[in-house]
Design a protein around this ligand. Structure first.
Ligand code: GDP
Length: 198
C-alpha cells in the first residue's frame, strides 16, 4: 500500500479544528503541536479540503477548511460541500471538533451553523477563543459569558493566545481528555486497540 494513502483509514483517533478564515487556525495548530506539520494523507474527491496531520503516531489533527471566504454570505454547508459535512457526521474516529472563535468577534452565523451541525451529529465540541492577547480582562470575561450562553456550553470557553502563550496547557489537557474518551469508545466498540496502544 502506498505510504500515506491509508492513513485516514487506520484506527487512530482524530481531532478536527475548524474556524473562519483568519481566526488563527494555522497558528494555533502549529502552536499546540510545536512541530512543523507534514500533511500525511489527502483523498482528492472524497475528503477534499481536509488535511490530516499525524501527531506522535498517536492521533490525527484534521484541518478543516477555513470558512467565511465567500463575498456573498452563504450557508456553511454550501461553502464546505457535502464531503466535509459527511466526514463530521460519519467519521467513527473523530473524537471531537475544536471550534475556534476570534475573541474580538465571537460567533458569526456560520460559526452558529457549525455548532448546530455538531450538536445534531452528537459531536464533542471544544470551543476556544483565539487572540486573547488582543483584549483586556473584562472584555474577555464578557465574551466568555456571551459565547457560553449563545452556544449552550457547559462551561466558559477557553481563551488562548499564540502570542502570549496562555491557555496552551489547558487546551492540551482538553485534547487529551477528548482523545482518551475516543480511544476508550473504540476499544469498547472492539477495534482500534493496536494503533491506539502505541
Ligand atoms: P487562519 O487563516 O485561521 O489559519 O489564521 P492564521 O493562523 O493565518 O492567523 C491569522 C492572523 O492572526 C495572522 O496575522 C496571525 O499572526 C494572527 N494571529 C493568530 N493567532 C494570534 C494570537 O494569538 N494573537 C495575535 N495577536 N495574533 C494572532
Amino acid at each position: 500500500m502506498p505510504k500515506g494513502a491509508d492513513a485516514p483509514r487506520d484506527q487512530l483517533p482524530q481531532v478536527a479544528v475548524a474556524g473562519r478564515s483568519n481566526v488563527g487556525k494555522s497558528s494555533l495548530i502549529n502552536w499546540i503541536l510545536r512541530q512543523p506539520l507534514a500533511r500525511v494523507a489527502k483523498e482528492p474527491g472524497r475528503t477534499r479540503g481536509l488535511g490530516f496531520f499525524l501527531v506522535n503516531r498517536r492521533f490525527y489533527v484534521v484541518d478543516l477548511p477555513g470558512y467565511g471566504f465567500a463575498r456573498v454570505s452563504q450557508q456553511l454547508r454550501a461553502e464546505w460541500g457535502r464531503e466535509i459535512h459527511r466526514f463530521l457526521v460519519d467519521s467513527d474516529r473523530l473524537a471531537g471538533v475544536v471550534c475556534l472563535l476570534d475573541i474580538r468577534i465571537g460567533p458569526t452565523p456560520l460559526d452558529q451553523e457549525l455548532q448546530r451541525m455538531l450538536v445534531d451529529a452528537g459531536r464533542e465540541r471544544l470551543v476556544v477563543l483565539t487572540k486573547a492577547d488582543k483584549v483586556g480582562r473584562s472584555a474577555r470575561a464578557a465574551m466568555q459569558r456571551t459565547v457560553q450562553n449563545d452556544l449552550g456550553l457547559p462551561k466558559p470557553p477557553l481563551a488562548v493566545s499564540v502570542k502570549s502563550g496562555e491557555g496552551r496547557k489547558e487546551l492540551l489537557a482538553e485534547l487529551s481528555r477528548l482523545l482518551a474518551m475516543q480511544t476508550e469508545k473504540q476499544r469498547s466498540d472492539g477495534d482500534g486497540t493496536e494503533e491506539a496502544d502505541q
